[in-house]
Design a protein around this ligand. Structure first.
Ligand code: PA5
Length: 461
């Protein structure tokens, strides 16, 4: 196990179920202990459904042990040759990097002067099929020195393939075929796929996504690490935090393992009809973290006609929109609040006797205290409104804490899926729309489906 023993400043993620106690008694989740014991053993033996995709379990410590030289070297190269880096990918090949970028860097990072940024501007493409959005990106990239990092495990996903085709041609037109080779970084399977083939033919610098790590568990592979290192996110600290959780959470005890406790409590809530989970956060910079979390739980659990529907809200913003529904709407919800305990910066409310806004009683108070008071008030109100509230506490908004949080939820999700009785590591459902889309787009090999679908659509008119 590779954990920096020199560190004395222990930071620990925890789970608080105080605002859920009226809906789920401790006994209800504690009785799951034998199932958790068994699932934990099988997870570590590799004998669970999807056992070929367990590389993430020891990925943090193994990556730290192996070293990060190749990634850090490429990141330095990108920083040197680019004003802007475009990361092309979707789903698991996109969300983790963006979550960590927004967690670690300021909201207006791209607008900061270069000396304050310390890295290239960062843009994301290939996560939609909108010509409008892609055109807007091309407009902002004009006149800048660009690098591309195209990320796709399969190497055949439509959205990133479309964006890569357009961006590669655009770049080649500007810098020529020789230069474009130095500007493209490929992250893909070690042996197969169209992207791997092209990378080999063109000599693009290539990083490997391990076979045994699925997309939504891949943020701590080069999928996330390369673009994050390029913009100066401390990837060693990210891995260090994850490695700490890898060690701490290697116990099946529901008392000692808050990630398993979270899985057990949400399973108990699900059995009582709480079929939608709302992830709530009070720092806007957690928006993409919530998107990462939704993919993790949605793809892992939503199958076999089962699963908790994962959704998210940004508070206090959404208290002025979705808050009404959460307080008084259909009662199938529970909420999980991710609380950053120590804000990275503080602001104090000034005194202003001239403005009659009724806020003078708050003069001199820290804004983070007001924000956290809103959190407590909301948890209380929602619990009173029959929305059980769980609280995941994160001591600080650092790379190390994020590494811990990534691992915490990955492990919790695996356990939660196993308690639900599904394979948490496959995603058969995401193929259904693709068959229809390929048939309608006229992809060779889909002729029969095309005839069938066109007939069905005609009958619907
Ligand atoms: O979690 C998953 O497996 C998916 O979300 C994939 O990451 C996503 O579909 C992109 O796939 P690929 O990396 O093969 O382009």
């Amino acid at each position: 196990m590779f954990v920096d023993k020199e560190r004395s400043d222990v930071i620990v993620i925890d789970l608080n179920v105080q605002f859920a106690k009226d809906y789920v008694k401790d006994d209800e989740w504690l009785q799951l202990q034998p199932f958790v014991d068994d699932a934990h053993r099988r997870l570590h033996e590799g004998s669970v459904p999807g056992g070929d995709f367990l590389g993430w379990l020891h990925l943090p410590s193994q990556t730290l042990q192996k070293g990060l030289d190749d990634i850090l070297e490429a990141a330095a190269e990108i920083r040197q040759q680019a004003d802007a880096l475009v990361v092309i990918g979707i789903g698991g090949s996109y969300l983790g990097a963006r979550a960590a970028f927004e967690w670690a860097k300021p909201e207006y990072y791209n607008q900061l002067p270069q000396e304050l940024r310390g890295g290239p501007e960062l843009y994301f493409a290939g996560n939609h099929l909108s010509p409008v959005a892609l055109h807007q990106l091309l407009t902002i990239l004009k006149g800048k020195r660009i690098c591309l990092n195209v990320i796709s495990k399969s190497g055949t996903t439509t959205e990133p393939a479309v964006a890569f085709r357009i961006l590669r041609a655009w770049l080649q037109e500007r810098v020529g075929p020789e230069e474009v080779r130095k500007r493209i970084y490929v992250t893909t399977d070690q042996a197969k796929g169209a992207l791997k083939k092209l990378a080999d033919e063109e000599g693009y610098k290539t990083f490997v996504i391990p076979d045994d790590v699925g997309g939504r568990y891949s943020v701590l592979t080069p999928v996330g690490l390369l673009p994050l290192a390029a913009v100066g996110v401390d990837i060693k600290q990210l891995l260090q935090g994850a490695a700490e959780e890898e060690q701490r959470l290697n116990t099946s005890s529901l008392t000692d393992n808050p990630a398993y406790r979270y899985a057990a409590v949400r399973n108990a809530l699900y059995r009582k009809g709480k079929t939608t989970e709302v992830l709530a956060y009070y720092e806007p910079s957690l928006k993409m973290f919530a998107e990462w979390w939704k993919q993790l739980f949605g793809e892992s659990e939503g199958k076999d006609l089962k699963g908790i529907y994962p959704s998210s809200v940004a508070y206090t913003t959404d208290l002025h929109s979705l808050g009404q529904y959460v307080q008084e709407g259909y009662r199938n919800l529970f909420e999980t609040v991710v609380q950053i305990q120590q804000p990275s910066v503080e602001l104090t409310l000034p005194s202003d006797a001239q403005v009659d806004d009724g806020l003078e009683y708050l003069a001199g108070k820290p804004l983070s205290w007001v924000n956290d008071t809103a959190r407590i008030a909301t948890q209380l109100a929602h619990a009173d409104g029959q929305v059980p509230n769980l609280l995941v506490t994160v001591p600080e908004q650092t790379e190390r804490a994020l590494g811990q949080l990534f691992y915490f939820f990955e492990l919790a999700c695996a356990m939660s899926g196993l308690l639900l009785g599904v394979n948490p590591f496959n995603q058969p459902g995401v193929e259904a729309y693709k068959v229809n889309m390929f048939a309608l787009l006229g992809k060779p090999g889909f002729e029969a489906q095309q005839r069938d679908i066109q007939a069905r659509l005609k009958n619907m008119q």
